[in-house]
Design a protein around this ligand. Structure first.
Ligand code: ADP
Ligand code: MG
Length: 580
């Protein structure tokens, strides 16, 4: 759209940004309006881009990041300058850490004043602040560079290992005018933004020969594999070789959790006993014990499929690196593996089966216990019963015990449906991810939230109601961080640092915005509430009251929690678990 200016058609930065986004098929913006980007949001909406307005930039950024993960197109987050920019930065850094493609676009104030630090409205050197936390950061200073600026941002976000990109748009750029014909010619439609990366034939041979020598091989599927959307070739590779697989948290459902080759229920045993491990889009970071003993065998040999060459050998020697995109690498492996050349020893498969059966039995005891008040297991058993037949429902999950136990109890049946705390184990992604998933897919979302985790993004309930999104938020309300029964060791009247108000009525928060609130104290009540909420396809919140004494300090990662050597004494050690 352009403005008439005497005889020459003129346009401006606002219009050019919108035109550039649309030209590249970026048709949703997640953001919070304000100076200097309010008119950008309005104009985008007027021109057919969907604008989802949030109450806090961190949630907008999280929504954009998860939209990027689900679609392989960068999710767009739009913020105001300095404080709004910084609020969004946590989400941008989280996207970079997790390998999700997103672009945070922030308006900024007067460059000359920022550089001399003369105290402008919302003054901040945003591009330099963003750099350490982003995969790339750019500023566009001239309207004729908007097309190139967005093209660079898109390529940086989605090529290679995806990540968060920062794009700085000064207020003066947005209002700057430019000849409309020159402007149109300056736009760039990005061709092949995430080119295939084909692994070398030698690397493929090396990997195949290692697999062929294996007796106790194991595949680890990570969220890089889920992101790649190479679902059918990954399944073919797994089934053709008969090799057992373990999904990382967000890769659950890439192959269904009830697949006979899924070793999730025998996780610790599988890690410790495998002699040859093939990592498929999964990093050997803290979530995998850095690949070290005693979690892993000292003698195990590793194959790693990754798009990022520098990921190889990051924690442990990798005997056969396979650098390329997962789709190309898996296809190459399939072509190179001769029929019958690669297989798992029958004794290995049998041992895993035995461990799976034993652990499944233990889990079933937990699920059948039905204690009063409800605990995590009985609540999750009810949810599992409802979700079993609904593979299209997205599951967002954050918390400590709520995260760990949900991951173990709720099976996933289709790819990229489980969205959780990810690589950082961050809290606060809940409502942002839920909104991003619902907007992107149009499918219902169930967000299973610890009461503490929920608080970080809870105000977005208003956003959910405003857009009428089919999101059911279930709060596991045990009245505190980890547990609700901690005490003030001074004997004073202030509550313990980890304790919240007892019996909080979270469901009334949603009712305040016209949504459906429910308060449940039994598994049967929870089942009924969830079935009704999902059938309505309306915003709902189920306040699910859990025993305040249920839960363990730090959930399943208590080993990461330093405890005073001379102070409170060692808390009860977390139950040995087969999670992560
Ligand atoms: P998880 O937490 O599930 O183990 P990570 O995020 O640690 O997964 O690891 C994902 C890995 O996948 C990263 O090292 C990333 O470079 C890689 N990756 C992401 N996308 C692709 C892709 N398309 N092809 C190959 N590797 C990818
Ligand atoms: Mg809690």
């Amino acid at each position: 759209m352009s403005n008439q200016n005497s005889s020459v058609m003129m346009t401006d930065g606002f219009h050019l940004v919108v035109d550039a986004l649309k030209l590249n098929g970026l048709e949703t913006i997640y953001g919070v309006p304000g100076i200097p980007i309010t008119d950008l949001a309005r104009l985008a909406q007027a021109e057919g881009i969907r604008f989802i307005g949030f109450r806090h930039e961190q949630s907008a950024g999280n929504a954009a990041a998860i939209a990027g993960y689900l679609t392989k197109k960068p999710g767009i987050c739009l913020t105001v300058s300095a404080p709004g920019f910084l609020n969004g930065l946590v989400a941008l850094a989280n996207a970079t850490t997790n390998g999700f493609p997103m672009i945070q676009i922030s308006g900024s104030s007067e460059r000359a004043i920022i550089d001399l630090q003369q105290g402008d409205y919302e003054e901040l050197d945003q591009m330099n602040a963003a750099k350490p936390y982003a995969k790339a950061a750019y500023r566009v200073d001239r309207p004729e560079d908007i097309g190139i600026g967005l093209a660079r941002a898109i390529r940086a976000a989605v090529s290679g290992r995806p990540g968060g990109v920062y794009l700085d748009l000064p207020a003066t750029l947005l209002s700057a005018t430019i000849d409309a014909e020159d402007a149109a010619a300056s736009l760039v439609k990005v061709v092949d933004p995430a080119p295939r990366q084909i692994p070398s034939p030698e690397a493929v041979e090396r990997a195949v020969s290692l697999l062929a020598q294996a007796e106790r091989p194991l595949f680890i599927l990570g969220k890089g594999a889920a992101y790649a959307q190479a679902d059918s070739s990954i399944r073919e590779l797994v089934e053709k070789t008969g090799i057992p697989f373990l999904p990382m948290s967000m890769a659950k459902g890439l192959l269904p959790d009830n697949h006979p080759q899924c070793a999730a229920a025998a996780r610790s045993y599988a890690l410790a006993q495998a002699d040859t491990v093939m990592l498929v889009g999964a990093r050997l970071n803290w979530l995998l014990g850095h690949g070290k003993s005693p979690q892993w065998s000292k003698n195990a040999r590793f194959i790693q499929l990754d798009i990022q060459p520098t990921e190889i050998d990051s924690n442990r020697a990798i005997a056969a690196p396979l650098v390329g995109d997962i789709g190309s690498s898996v296809t190459a492996l399939l072509a190179a593996i001769k029929p019958g050349a690669v297989k798992a020893a029958a004794s290995w498969v049998r041992d895993l089966e035995e461990h799976k059966a034993r652990n499944t039995e233990r889990m079933n005891v937990h699920l059948a216990a039905d204690p009063k008040p409800m605990d995590f297991y009985s609540a999750l058993g009810a949810i599992r019963g409802v979700l079993e037949d609904m593979p299209d429902v997205y599951l967002v999950n954050e918390g400590a015990n709520t995260l760990d136990i949900t991951r173990n109890v709720i099976d996933m049946h289709s790819p990229r449906k489980r969205l959780d705390c990810g690589t950082w184990g961050v809290m606060g992604i809940g409502m942002g991810y839920a909104i991003g998933a619902a907007v992107t897919s149009g499918e219902p979302v169930v967000a299973i939230e610890g009461d503490s985790a929920f608080g970080f993004s809870g105000m977005e309930l208003e956003t959910i109601c405003r857009y009428g999104l089919p999101i059911v938020t279930i709060i596991f309300n045990n009245g505190g961080i980890y547990k609700g029964d901690d005490v003030n060791r001074s004997g004073g009247t202030d509550p313990s640092p980890t304790v919240f108000i007892k019996n909080a009525r979270y469901e009334k928060l949603l009712e305040a915005f016209g949504g459906l609130g429910d308060y449940v104290t039994t598994p049967a009540g929870l089942t009924k509430a969830l079935v009704g909420a999902l059938a309505s396809r309306k915003p709902a919140l189920i306040n699910c009251v859990i025993d305040p004494t249920a839960g363990t300090e730090s959930g399943h990662i208590q080993n990461l929690n330093p405890q005073s050597a001379v102070g409170f004494g060692k808390e009860k050690q977390a139950e040995a678990s087969d999670s992560h």
